[in-house]
Design a protein around this ligand. Sequence first.
Ligand SMILES: Nc1ncnc2c1ncn2[C@@H]1O[C@H](COP(=O)(O)OP(=O)(O)OP(=O)(O)O)[C@@H](O)[C@H]1O
Length: 601
Amino acid sequence: MINNIKEILFLIDKKQRRNFVKLQILVIVMSLSEIVSVVAIGPFMALVGDIDLLESDGWISWVYEKSNLDSPEFFLFWMGVGVLSILIASGLFSIFTVWRLSMYGAYIGAELGNRLFKHYMYKPWLFHAGNRSSNLTKQISQEVQRLTSSVIIPLMQMNAKLVMASLMSITVFIYDPMVALAGISIFVISYLLLYKTVRLKLIKYGSTISREQSLRFKLMSEGFGGIKDTLLLGRQRMFINRFENASEHLAKAHGFTQTLSHAPRYAMEIIAFGSVIFLILYLLKSYDGNLSSILPVLSFYTLAGFKLLPSFQQIYSNVSRVRANLAAFESIRSDLYESMDNQSKFNYSHGEFKSTLTLKDFILFENIVFRYPGKNEAALNNLSLTIPANHVVGLVGLSGAGKSTAIDVLLGLIRPDQGQILIDQTSLTDYNIRAWQNTLGFVPQSIFLSDASIRDNIAFGLPPEEIDEARVKFAAHMANLDELLMKLPDGLETHVGERGIQLSGGQRQRIGIARALYDDAKVLILDEATSALDGITEKVIMDAIHKFSGSKTIIMIAHRLATVKQCHKIYLLEQGCVLDHGTYDELISRNLTFRRMAEHA
Ligand SMILES: Nc1ncnc2c1ncn2[C@@H]1O[C@H](COP(=O)(O)OP(=O)(O)OP(=O)(O)O)[C@@H](O)[C@H]1O
């Protein structure tokens, strides 16, 4: 556990580490102020027990004399007020310290969440293709939250209590070593024994919480994400049963963790009560039954115990809580380390700079080979082809031929294992990929629409104040959205629902096309972008897109060969390489596969 704590401290940034040291000073001052408040009760109780002390030689009688108060009762009253004020001041200071500690813990949690989100957002496409988004969401929203509220914040509070309990124990020790040793060892040994007994259970329940939470997230995302299939196949019961099962395990693990961290309080209260009885008997014996001498000592011990016992309990319950929830740290540990290594890289090669890589003559795929991780066969097998600038080029082929993979390489989402992409004479590398991507407009097979207005979806990702209305309207017009917008009472303001559920597939695709056109990209890439459109709408959009030929380079993948009929050049792919290329008519006349595809389109 100590190693994990060291690691967490190592993972936070330097500024936060400095703040941590500053907080330690605050914690020590807080502990001292609590000790002062406990020590202050002694003289007051001594006076309550024996008011004649004001007549003796001690420092109290000196203060009484200097105070010019006319009666001992009056002096006692003001002394009581003084002790109370010290208690209030130390209480307020403790609240302040706890506030600063909690804020610090919460900020660290927020920073770790930000860092993970940034880390995942900059991860390459293949990472996302191989990772469930529900898992990434869980890592950021659940595990970081758990790490913050059940590890970092309790650690911060425990740290304060540890310092306070240690200083208070030293004070009690100075007061009476025998009583201190006896009292403190009773409690420390009891708590240690308890912790040893429940430690393994806490670890077990901690990982159960991680596992079951992950399963619940997966079921929620699958259940809601595929709700249409779920409803049709009547699989709700299956999802619900698995969810209920996971919830039950989760609740059990949560319940046991809570109990194990709080239950000892009651046992300790009994031990504390017993100790007070023994203390009174011990004091009666050592002071020969003189109550006025016992009173201040007893008050001191009672108040010290009053502060120490909850501290011990809090230290114990926080240790158990941290132990049970360290699994959250385990599950994000490697990602946090990786995110640290990548900090400088983000700022360097992925900076969202505005430069572009202008295409003048041609795009060249030069002997590209690419194999997906874990696959034996290469998806792209020595693929070479040329796309002349400002032409319209089609990529066709049977399913699995490698068309989308070729496009992903061109988009810079996948780095080829061998070969290179040349933009004129420039090879695409990590250093110019962002500039190249800034010149691209891409319409994928399935368009992701956010639950926002049509306008926001066309200018995807831009803050509202930066959206250019004229460009939105132009893009919507080119994507044949005018008629739809006129029918909608709210026009561009219409909300499309989560993932565009309130729109038809064809309407979603047209918004995707408008999105690609919004940025006036010089290279447009359409991956089955019109597959959901009816023939007439597709023709209208294709005519609009072909109008760009001469000023934009357009690359399109299509299954329906009618879509690529007007292309200047068509590449027919098979098993990751070019089988044939030419115009539509040339391929129809000489290529059997192409002819078959055309017949069955
Ligand atoms: N994320 C992935 N992980 C592993 N293998 C993949 C992945 N995506 C595609 N593949 C494999 O790579 C090969 C080429 O797939 P690709 O999607 O490029 O073909 P395609 O021609 O676009 O097919 P379609 O017309 O059906 O979209 C296929 O064998 C496919 O199984």
